[in-house]
Design a protein around this ligand. Structure first.
Ligand code: BGC
Length: 684
């Protein structure tokens, strides 16, 4: 059983009064808890391990699990933000540092990477994902597992990780958290499954089941998904853990008649660890006595967990060095990486030339808005352990550049006209923050309306009327509907929640010390009602060519194109693509293209390769990402970029769930974003 170490409010109040409570300690002593979550202090973890090892009957050390989703003491950009760097090395490096810090705290198991494909921006957990593309998620999954786990889990710098949430949690209906999923198995296999296969092939130690049901069967009690697919087809041999209380919740789903049946159904499906619900600890013994479950199934589950504990070296040494965390936490190289990942995750969405700011031209710059002034807004969801003393807000970074600050409005705080008038009286340029608070995305934070709040819309109107040029800096966990920012601002920077070094990174970009190049990994729809909006949607019989094209697939009050599309992101320089060539080889097509930096400054570009299967026995997406390469080009420099596009990557699952690569014509698009039109064709 996996128990939560998070305490209730009542327990907290009693601890404040000096009371000691040892609910979990007694349970560990009695051998009823085999793993914990929500404890992250080395001394406390060692105390719990000591009880398990020295005072329990079987002396088995504990798994100490934790949601280290985007860093521990050093906070990196949220996964959705980080995905925008399209940099496999960076994905691995941030995981490596997160593993080091967390393991030093005594944690040995983390509940990441989250590799749910998320196409609906209303879903708050899109912030924890790497967006809407399967190909990118596959690379991300592989590198995260490598970074967290390395080759040896017993190393004090590595940690067991957990691919979650198996399966299709990101496809919850209407973007409403915990909601149902109903979809064809071929779509499940094409879109949602592949990242899990990559994580498993990379050796991921555990997999977490998702809260949702798929086609009427909760995943946590779904034999077809957990036994046939995960264990048999994908060959997963590690630990399967339920999500928090998910076993018990199959009763709410109306699938299990009661908690006892829930325990039986989950064990039958192959769940090894019950997170929090207590169904296993309370009912497995009884079920065994009733001969309704087999001891072999319990043995198997126990064996899977023990194998992990052995691999982690816990039987040799269950304790952490209590001084280690303080020695390595937020050390210089970790903070440098936090800054680098923040720089590389930022996406420049619009720029009429105001950026980078020329200090000779603008002498009186004003920052407004609540979001740039609070450390908590740097962090985003699941960043409980960030060390505030190292965090840099946009406000503190810009003040060093001589920029003034006045709050004037917040996400929910009304726009203060008087404050704005006074503060902006002499301003010749305004930097205004917009978006949502950190607490508005993540688990259980779905929103039906993802446009700017009323106070923020009012701020945009005032800014526009003031005639002072303004740069919008967006803080958000999810894509938002921001047509007014795109129309009215002079520049728009997508700053997401960039972690510990958010402010420093943004200041470097704003003043041109770093040339941004991040690319979106989700669409930004025009209106909330357009969700889900994703670039790789299926070809319809009536594609819409314009907002006014009658009888076509579109919203009359919406827009055919999102405000910003997948893959989009600007630079302070310009890139030109030429010489696109395809050469067919035995097992792949060699794609080559010349990319030239034709602008005025050096910069990175993410060269993107998309395909379109023109005709197939099953309708195919209008575009599919099949390759990306990050390249650095000095001003005036050009390079030949090559991709090997394996024929094996061109297929899909048919209705019999066979993976097929069909002969036919394929278009290959290469360029700077998912809207690129530069293409060549080949026939397979
Ligand atoms: C979330 C998981 C998380 C778990 C443990 C659940 O509510 O869905 O992603 O790992 O809690 O905190």
């Amino acid at each position: 059983m996996l128990e939560s170490g998070r305490i209730t409010l009542k327990e907290y109040e009693s601890a404040q009064k000096g009371d000691i409570f040892d609910r979990n300690e007694d349970e560990i002593r009695a051998g009823r808890i085999g793993s914990m979550l929500g404890v992250a202090e080395p001394e406390k973890i060692n105390r719990l391990q000591r009880i398990a090892v020295e005072e329990s009957r079987l002396h088995i050390p504990l798994l100490i699990g934790c949601d280290v989703i985007h860093g521990f003491n050093t906070v990196f950009p949220t996964p959705l933000a980080e995905s925008c760097c399209f940099d496999d090395e960076l994905f691995e490096q941030t995981a490596t540092v997160s593993a080091k810090e967390a393991r030093a705290a005594g944690i040995n198991w983390i509940f990441a990477p989250m590799i749910d494909i998320s196409r609906d921006a209303r879903w708050g957990r899109i912030a924890e994902s790497m967006g809407q593309d399967t190909f990118l998620a596959q690379r991300y999954a592989e590198r995260k597992v490598k970074g967290y786990q390395g080759d040896d889990l017993s190393s004090k710098e590595k940690i067991a990780c957990c691919a979650k949430h198996f399966l299709a949690y990101g496809a919850c209906e209407g973007g409403k958290d915990y909601n149902s999923v109903d979809m064809s198995f071929s779509k499940l296999y094409d879109v949602y499954l592949p990242p899990f296969k990559n994580a498993i092939d990379a050796g991921v130690a555990s997999v977490m089941t998702s809260f949702n049901d798929i086609n009427g069967v909760p995943v946590t009690t779904n034999k077809r998904l957990l036994k046939s697919l995960l264990r048999e087809d994908l060959g997963f041999e590690g630990v399967v853990v339920s999500d928090a209380s998910a076993i018990e919740e199959t009763v709410n789903h109306g699938y299990s008649a009661n908690s006892l049946e829930a325990a039986k159904n989950a064990l039958d499906a192959g769940v090894d660890v019950d997170m929090i619900s207590r169904s296993y600890i309370d009912f497995l013994e009884e079920l065994l006595k009733q001969k309704r479950i087999k001891i072999e199934d319990i043995d198997n589950a126990v064996r899977n967990v023990l194998r992990l504990k052995i691999a982690l070296g816990l039987f040799d040494n269950p304790y952490c060095d209590e001084k280690e965390l303080a020695a390595i936490s937020c050390k210089k190289e970790h903070l440098n990486l936090a800054k680098k990942s923040a720089l590389h995750s930022t996406v420049l969405l619009k720029n009429n030339g105001v950026l980078p700011i020329n200090k000779n031209k603008f002498k009186n710059i004003l920052l407004i808005g609540e979001l740039g002034a609070k450390i908590s807004e740097n962090y985003g969801c699941w960043a409980f352990y960030g060390k505030d003393e190292y965090a840099v807000t946009l406000k503190s970074a810009l003040e060093k550049e001589g920029v003034n600050y006045a709050e004037c409005y917040g996400v929910k705080k009304d726009f203060d006209e008087q404050e704005f008038k006074a503060a902006a009286a002499n301003a010749d340029l305004i930097i205004a923050t917009f978006g949502e608070n950190s607490s508005m995305s993540g688990e259980a934070h779905s929103y039906a309306d993802i446009s700017l709040s009323k106070p923020q819309k009012k701020a945009v109107r005032y800014l526009k009327n003031s005639k002072i040029p303004f740069i919008s800096v967006l803080y958000n966990g999810r894509p938002m509907c921001i047509p007014e920012l795109d129309e009215d601002s002079d520049a728009v920077i997508e700053a997401w929640q960039l972690g510990t070094k958010a402010g420093e990174a943004l200041a470097d970009i704003i003043f041109g010390r770093f040339n941004p190049y991040g690319k979106l990994t989700t669409n930004f729809p025009y209106k909330s009602g357009e969700c889900p909006s994703y670039y790789n949607h299926m070809s319809t019989g009536r594609p819409a060519s314009s907002n006014s094209a009658p009888w076509t697939s579109k919203y009359d009050d919406g827009r055919v194109k999102p405000v910003y599309s997948f893959g989009q992101g600007l630079s302070y320089t310009d890139f030109e693509y030429s010489n696109l060539k395809l050469e067919k080889q035995k097992n792949f097509v060699k794609v080559s293209v010349k990319v030239a930096n034709v602008g005025k400054v050096d910069g990175h570009e993410t060269v993107q390769l998309y395909i379109h299967d023109k005709f197939a026995s099953k309708v195919r997406p209008v575009r599919e990402l099949k390759g990306y390469k990050k390249v650095f080009l000095k001003r005036g420099e050009s390079k030949k970029i090559e991709f090997d596009l394996p024929y094996d990557n061109l297929g899909f699952y048919n209705e019999n769930l066979e993976y097929v690569v069909e002969k036919g014509e394929f278009e290959v698009f290469v360029g700077t974003d998912s809207l690129c039109t530069y293409k060549a064709e080949f026939t397979l």
